[in-house]
Structures are given as C-alpha cells and as structure tokens.
Design a protein around this ligand. Structure first.
Ligand SMILES: Cc1cc2nc3c(=O)[nH]c(=O)nc-3n(C[C@H](O)[C@H](O)[C@H](O)COP(=O)(O)O)c2cc1C
Length: 175
C-alpha cells in the first residue's frame, strides 16, 4: 500500500482540478492506499527570495507553511500535482510552491508522479503545462506515471461529465 500527497493549485475550491483530485483519491482509497490532499491556496506560501541560505542550512529563512508541505512531499510514495492552465501553463500558485522546493531539491526524487491539468482549451492548449511540469519533476528524479487531461472545461464542475473523471479514478486505483 502506498501513500499519495496531492498538491492542488486552483484557488477555486471544488473546481475542476479539485474534482479530479477527489476522483483520484476515491480510486486510490478504494484500492487500499492512503492520500492527503493539500489545497495550496489555503496555505501561506511566500515567494522564494533567492537568498540561498538554504544551500548552507538546508532550511528556508521564510517562516510559513512550506516546510511542512516539503516534509510531506518527501515522505510520500506518490505525488499528484494538479493545476488549472493559466496563460498556457501551470498557475502561479503552483510555480511559487515549486520554487520553494529549493532547500530540498536534491531529496525530492524517487516518486511516482501523476499530473492533473485542467483548462478550457483542448489538449493542444494544455500541452505546454504538461511539458513543463513533466520536465521539472523528471529533473528532480521522479517518474511521470500518468497524466489526466481535464480539457475543454471552463466553469466550475464542467469536468464532471467528461472522461477525465474515470481516468482520474483509474489512475488512483492503479497508483
Ligand atoms: C487567469 C486565468 C488564465 C487562464 N488561462 C487559460 C489558458 O491559457 N488556457 C486554458 O485552457 N484555460 C485557461 N483558463 C481557464 C482555466 O484553466 C479553466 O477554467 C480551469 O477549468 C480552471 O480550473 P479550476 O476549476 O480547477 O479552477 C484561465 C483561467 C484563468 C483564471
């Protein structure tokens, strides 16, 4: 049995990204795995200051929620990264969080990673977000195990009637 940490970056509670995260969770938990979903928007995560103090100390000088999130990410077997597409790529909340990986960037490999990407465009419009996230997480030493495309969804809840629901559920089951 494995443990998944799900980082959901949308500011819209129960929006399309969150819905797919819940589906993943449902599949995973029904298969006997455990999950913790972290809604990044509800956390205090400041911008990296590029002071590089963490290169000396292993710790960030900023006192916010990021240390706790990093610890959870490190301990997880599986990472699920969910973002709405904003201007063709991941949203700022997610990028800000990833920049704050710096203190532990050499210790964040070895995870199976699933990406959940939503947006009102078709697949082609979401591909840049996927490419960037895949490159970032591979570069940290992880394997991209699955991508759930929440394509052609704009308003909250539109994803409910798409095949991405079953895909997210199945990804959770098979994690
Ligand atoms: C600032 C902003 C920029 C957006 N840019 C794009 C975009 O470039 N491509 C796209 O497909 N959707 C874009 N969207 C639409 C969202 O990705 C889409 O509504 C998505 O389903 C939101 O996910 P959520 O319900 O989890 O918040 C944008 C939305 C916002 C608020």
């Amino acid at each position: 049995m494995k443990h998944a940490v799900i980082l959901s970056a949308s500011p819209r509670k129960n929006g399309n990204s969150d819905i797919l995260c819940h589906q993943f969770m449902k599949g995973a938990e029904e298969a006997g795995h455990t999950c913790e979903m972290i809604t990044l928007y509800e956390k205090k995560i400041r911008f990296c200051r590029a002071c590089y103090a963490c290169f000396r100390t292993g710790k960030c000088v900023l006192k916010d929620d990021m240390a706790e999130i990093l610890e959870k990410v490190q301990k997880a077997d599986v990472l699920v990264i969910a973002t709405p597409t904003y201007f063709l790529t991941m949203n700022g909340m997610l990028k800000t969080t990833i920049d704050r990986f710096l203190p532990k960037w050499q210790e964040l490999g070895g995870h199976d990673v699933y990406l959940i990407i939503t947006g009102h465009d078709s697949r082609e419009g979401l591909e840049l977000a996927e490419k960037e996230l895949s490159a970032i997480f591979r570069n940290l030493g992880n394997e991209i195990r699955g991508i759930i495309w929440g394509e052609n969804v704009w308003q909250k809840g539109e994803v409910l009637t798409t095949k991405a629901m079953e895909e997210a559920y199945q990804a959770g089951q098979q994690m």
